[in-house]
Design a protein around this ligand. Sequence first.
Ligand SMILES: [Zn+2]
Ligand SMILES: [Zn+2]
Length: 380
Amino acid sequence: MSGPCRLCFKAAKWLPVLFIVTVVVWSYYAYVIQLNLFSIDSIIEKSFYLFVYHILLFLFLWAYWQTIFTEIGRVPKQFRLPPSELERYEAAESDEVRRDILERFTEKNKLPVYNRTMTGDIRYCEKCVQIKPDRSHHCSVCGECVLKLDHHCPWVNNCVAFTNYKFFVLFLGYALIYCLFIAATTLQYFIKSWKNQLGEVSGKFHILFVFFVSIMFAISLVSLFGYHIFLVSKNRSTLESFRAPIFRLSHTWVQDKDGFSLGAYNNFLEVFGDNKKLWFLPVATSLGDGVSYPVRGQQPPSTTTATTTPVQSYGSTQTSLGDGVTYPQRCVDEDTDDLLGSRQRWAEDDEENDLTTGFTNNHTYPLEEVVVQSNHTNPV
Ligand SMILES: [Zn+2]
Ligand SMILES: [Zn+2]
């Protein structure tokens, strides 16, 4: 795409966000000015409505801002094929040779990848020329692979993924409460206005319309919010709910839509972090080290350690537990020790030779013990 076209495309991507902002600004005018200041006589009622309204508006816009402007999680450079490997990969004559190159590269660098393609191969992005970490996918709008990609959302002009998923869910929740509050408090004035009992109020149109619009948005938000709460409880991304991830076991691979599920509460912690006080605020809440995830069979360290561990990798934007690359899974068999061994080694190697990414290897997740289930037997 040429320069001016690219600029136009970039600008056009902001239109849905502009639409949302315009609706919010108009709803502010309709609700605060037309309804509360011009139509409601009772000072107590007016003050109460305005007080609650502004708190909800603030939380809603804060979560929205955070969802839009949080940087997406990018794939660490260890996953990228170096020029020599890339040359071999591109010159390879058959799929078998390419598969072998990827397997060897993964093995050599101890990359913690357990997800596979439908044919059991290592997932590789041709566009980014890198191996895809578990749960990551290529976003065609952003033009790169994104860690734990849920989906690309045009309404926030950003990927909803590992780094901002909590913000997105809060954004949906607060937007829903915001709409419901407006609808509930406008209802009686809507009825009065409908019956022509509101007197000569100039903003009748705005009061009627703000009621309709808030109901309309609430209906669409309630299904979307409900769906994402369901996904959080199951530890699935939207993409994974459409196509279940495939996990490598020692001699085979299985497709398991609940492969990352650690139980509803732990799944919730993985997205919302382990600091209860900050669960409902769109701020960083994770006490993790930015790299390691809780692993079944390993004793979680004490919370004391956790509170002293600095958040890394994503700085102030870190919300979810972990680094977005490795995830605890319930699909385990005799191969587990190997896998966990690789994961551990990978993290240790990072600590030694890749300080540029800020990775360290501390296990800092005070999660409850995870019960391993083994009801996944669908070899592909
Ligand atoms: Zn990619
Ligand atoms: Zn994207």
